[in-house]
Design a protein around this ligand. Structure first.
Ligand code: GDP
Ligand code: CA
Length: 328
């Protein structure tokens, strides 16, 4: 039996529902874009992981914030999921020809944004202020918040030693076997202005289909965030379909940490935070085990290939989540 199917719900969404999404980069941005398509902008706040942020070539780079913002602005590169569409690479080529580091790819258009972010941060603005300004300039209407304005870089423990996140992810192509993670300084960090306020007044908190280990856990590690999410009882969407990640190393990380990657493993990872879990129809055989965690399920198509897929999934997630909060 499929519990809490959203199919019987009215086709309109309550106009006043406040939705907060927690997001990393590619998977997070896809669902965030769906939510932005179906909700009025004043009803949506997206809290984005900044654990991937780092300084490179003297520039301050925020990969997940940029992926979310480029996606919401319709500027994202649809092939990669990160970076901008219609990108050129002349600055990077010139850098390489002079012997500079090219392992982290920065396109010409993307570089312009990093230059301006870095300039504003050096002028004394914080990341929230810069992000607000960029959203206004790019025509992004929902509220996009970095999880914190403090630096909380993610470190990846591997059998070869500890690596800064981008060294692991980009330079080493996620090859070293993972043994754990550390979010440096997270325990002293403050949530950025608006984060706890948005969570505390949310009718629904959505954990996007992002990497649980390195996109969502860093957000939950910011003091006050996990209890606020727990109090709202969130709905999470699985980043794993049929035991595999759509993109990126989440499945490999589960495996290396001794956990069979599956939608069930993701549901278990978040179980204490969840009222509901959204998984793919292909994984319907897992629903009984997820119900045993006291988590309700919605089995639907969760692969987002097109903007229409994103909107359809977002609508289903909202209807499912709001229905759960009415009945709990
Ligand atoms: P990153 O910061 O760019 O690594 O992005 P995220 O952590 O937000 O997203 C990576 C996760 O998104 C991976 O675990 C993917 O499996 C998942 N993902 C990407 N596209 C989709 C999709 O269309 N549907 C679902 N359910 N998950 C997706
Ligand atoms: Ca990321």
């Amino acid at each position: 039996m499929k519990a809490n199917s959203a199919s019987r719900l009215p086709h309109h969404l309550p106009a006043t529902a406040q939705v907060v999404a927690l997001a990393g980069g590619v998977g997070g941005a896809r669902l965030a874009d769906g939510l932005a398509q179906v909700l009025p902008p004043e009803n949506l706040t997206i809290i984005v992981n900044t654990g991937d942020d780092f300084e490179h070539l003297g520039l301050y780079i925020c990969p997940d914030l940029d992926t979310v913002c480029y996606t919401l602005a319709g500027l994202a590169n649809p092939a990669t999921g990160w970076g901008r569409a219609d990108e050129t690479w002349q600055a990077l080529e010139s850098l390489g020809a002079l012997g500079g580091p090219t392992w982290f790819r920065l396109g010409d258009r993307d570089l312009g944004l990093h230059l301006e972010r870095t300039r504003r941060l050096r002028m004394g603005q914080n990341l929230s202020q810069v992000t607000r300004h960029f959203c206004r300039a790019l025509g992004i209407a929902p509220t996009v918040l970095p999880m914190t304005d403090d630096a909380t870089p993610t470190w990846v423990y591997t059998i070869e030693g500890e690596l800064p996140f981008q060294e692991y992810f980009v330079r080493r192509q996620c090859q070293p076997q993972v043994t754990g993670f550390r979010f440096e300084g997270a325990e002293r960090a403050r949530p950025s202005p608006g984060v706890l306020e948005a969570l505390n007044k949310a009718d629904l908190v959505v954990i996007c289909p992002s990497n649980p280990w390195v996109s969502i856990d860093p957000i939950l590690a910011i003091p006050g965030v996990r209890p606020a999410v727990q109090a709202r009882r969130a709905v999470a969407v699985s980043p794993i379909i049929c035991g595999e990640t759509v993109k990126g190393p989440a499945g490999k990380m589960f495996l290396e940490l001794g956990i069979t990657p599956s939608a069930l493993a993701v549901a278990k990872h978040y179980a204490d935070l969840l009222a509901g879990f959204v998984l793919d129809r292909e994984d319907e055989n897992l629903v009984e085990q997820i119900h045993a965690l006291q988590v309700q399920t919605l089995a639907t198509d969760i692969l987002m290939k097109t903007p229409q897929d994103r909107a359809r999934l977002a609508k289903e997630v909202i209807e499912f989540g709001l229905r759960l909060s009415c009945t709990s």
